[in-house]
Design a protein around this ligand. Structure first.
Ligand SMILES: NC(=O)c1ccc[n+]([C@@H]2O[C@H](COP(=O)([O-])OP(=O)(O)OC[C@H]3O[C@@H](n4cnc5c(N)ncnc54)[C@H](O)[C@@H]3O)[C@@H](O)[C@H]2O)c1
Length: 386
């Protein structure tokens, strides 16, 4: 069987999620290639050496340039912050490696387009980490919509709410610095519901948004892990130059209307991704906090018995579920990463298209940039103009 040697850049939040996914893959899925967790990369030797042992990698590198040029590596998986995506992905593709890259694809649309052109020219497989697509309930929603059960799609409403930076003394982590993250709540959180909306409903036609930075300066960060961080009491402050919250409305190519909200200032909401799609014959509703469930309303149900029904999307017939546990044994966040890695590995092994690929990453960056432009101009922006 074909063997694929993975090289992973980054070992923190997403680095762990991807390491776990690659470790679980062969245990639960019959893949057409064997995945070897060959080499993990980070800048600090002591830390990356520890990460290699803890996360189960054969070896480590402290330079991504070295990693992408290694002859024994087939795939580069990028979980470094967004300012590193472009240079690593381009170098990897030019060295003939397949590339998996976390979202958002790049700091801006121009860079995202350059990445797409490079991977296409190099003829390598490329995929972007829109992992929420791979929740079984979202896949079920897609099947319901594609089967026409909602009728003509009229509305999309989505939000992604967190509250980890409501404290004005929360430090200036890289997620709040434009030069590293590109965009704030919109690019970090909104990227996911933009992708889900494209997946479920289709392409955006126009957008109009408002963005706000509530806290303009914060203490410089001393240490961060996941979404927690601390600063020294006497730390100097630096400028926050990205949005803390973004709201926008949109029109879709199929005529549907959308309402969206991304924020890290919604007290009480920890990682609350919600999407609802309504058509003239029915609706579907998904909340990540109850990710094994899908709510479905059908106007075709018997009169008097109509209402939203709760589908437990964890039966053997639901997408991906037959690979896991007996019926009704629910799954969690980390499983979405296993599912996306399964599709990526299968696409490489069988030379079939990947999905979502870098072109989906470019489309997402296009919508992010259109929302930013509309917020600056205080006007509607046509996606076709970008
Ligand atoms: N799919 C999702 O739901 C999801 C969730 C969180 C983050 N992300 C994305 O994943 C990416 C990483 O986010 P994170 O939360 O894991 O960040 P993180 O800060 O937890 O980890 C970043 C890692 O990159 C490493 N790194 C930074 N610069 C490097 C360099 N020059 N060379 C080698 N390694 C380097 C750091 O050492 C660290 O291990 C971002 O693009 C983010 O938007 C996606």
């Amino acid at each position: 069987m074909k063997e694929l040697n993975f090289g992973l850049v980054g070992y923190k939040f997403m680095g762990k999620a991807h390491s776990n996914a690659l470790a679980r893959l062969g245990m639960f899925f019959d893949c057409d290639a064997v995945v070897n967790k060959k080499c993990i990369c980070g800048r600090d030797e002591e830390w990356v050496a520890q990460a290699a042992v803890k996360l189960g990698w054969e070896g480590y590198e402290t330079s991504w340039e070295k990693l992408v040029s290694r002859k024994d590596i087939d795939v580069i998986d990028i979980t470094a912050p967004s300012n590193m995506h472009k240079s690593i992905a381009i170098a990897a593709a030019e060295n003939g490696k397949h590339v998996f890259c976390e979202k958002p694809l790049a700091l801006n649309l121009a860079d995202a387009r350059e990445m797409l052109e490079t991977v296409k020219r190099a003829g390598v497989k490329h995929q972007i980490g829109f992992n929420y697509r791979f929740a079984p309930a979202i896949q079920l929603a897609k099947q319901i919509i594609d089967a026409g059960k909602l009728g003509a799609i009229r509305h999309v409403r989505a939000s992604y709410l967190q509250d980890f930076i409501t404290d004005p003394e929360f430090p200036l982590v890289w997620r709040l610095q434009k030069s590293i993250c590109g965009s704030g709540s919109l690019g970090d959180l909104g990227a996911h519901f933009i992708d889900l909306s494209r997946f479920l409903v289709g392409d955006f036609k126009s957008v109009m948004g408002i963005q706000k930075t509530f806290i303009k300066s914060r203490p410089l960060v001393e240490r961060m892990e996941g979404l927690t961080a601390n600063a020294r009491a006497d730390a100097p402050r630096g400028e926050v130059d990205v949005d803390d919250g973004t709201v926008f409305i949109s029109e879709f190519e199929n005529g549907a209307l959308g309402v969206f909200e991304a924020t890290r200032f919604s007290a009480g909401h920890k990682n609350d991704l919600f999407i609802e799609v309504s058509g003239d014959r029915g609706s579907v509703r998904f909340s990540f906090e109850r990710m094994n469930e899908l709510q479905f309303y059908s106007a075709d149900d018997e009169e008097g018995l109509q209402g939203f029904r709760l589908i437990q999307a964890s039966e053997g017939g639901h997408p991906y579920m037959s690979h896991w546990w007996p019926v009704g044994h629910v799954i969690g966040y980390e499983h979405t990463f296993v599912h996306e890695m399964y599709e990526f590995v299968q696409a490489i092994a069988n030379d079939t298209p990947t999905c979502p690929d870098f072109s989906d990453g470019v489309e997402c960056s296009r919508i992010i940039e259109a929302v930013e432009l509309s917020a600056q101009r205080r006007a509607m922006v046509d996606i076709a103009a970008l």
